[in-house]
Design a protein around this ligand. Structure first.
Ligand code: FE2
Length: 132
């Protein structure tokens, strides 16, 4: 499965949508690395790379929220912090010999959580930013 920034995932904010698009590219690269049997050892480093981008992107989103006085900032921030923790824990768990099937299925679940977050919370944020 490949991730794509379909119209239902667009927030209407150019910066956020651009970063989500880049995020999906990195996720797809990570999944490609994992799907090639012998590429599974790349999963750990590829996840680290993704984690860096997620971190930076979350910080950008949060600055936009603080600047705009976004009322849902505390909840959104709590989600971001918890999410980064989960990804970090998974990255730390992946042995250097490569991701296991259960690592990959957990990763897929985490990605699903992120998609839902974009669909619901980031879209709310986009609508708020637009309404100002
Ligand atoms: Fe977010």
């Amino acid at each position: 499965m490949r991730y794509q920034l379909t119209p239902d995932l667009e927030t209407g904010n150019a910066q956020i949508d651009g970063e989500h698009r880049e995020l999906f590219l990195r996720i797809n690269r990570l999944l490609d690395a994992c799907s090639v049997g012998q590429g599974r050892e790349e999963a750990g480093p590829a996840l680290q790379f993704l984690l860096d981008y997620v971190n930076t992107h979350f910080q950008h989103e949060e600055s936009l929220q603080r600047e705009a006085g976004y009322p849902n900032y505390p909840g959104h921030h709590t989600f971001h912090t918890g999410y980064v923790k989960k990804l970090r824990a998974l990255a730390a768990d992946i042995p250097s010999t490569g991701a296991t099937i259960s690592d990959l299925s957990l990763l897929n679940r985490h990605l699903g959580t992120l998609i839902t977050h974009i669909k619901v919370e980031d879209k709310k944020l986009g609508a708020f930013l637009k309404s100002r």
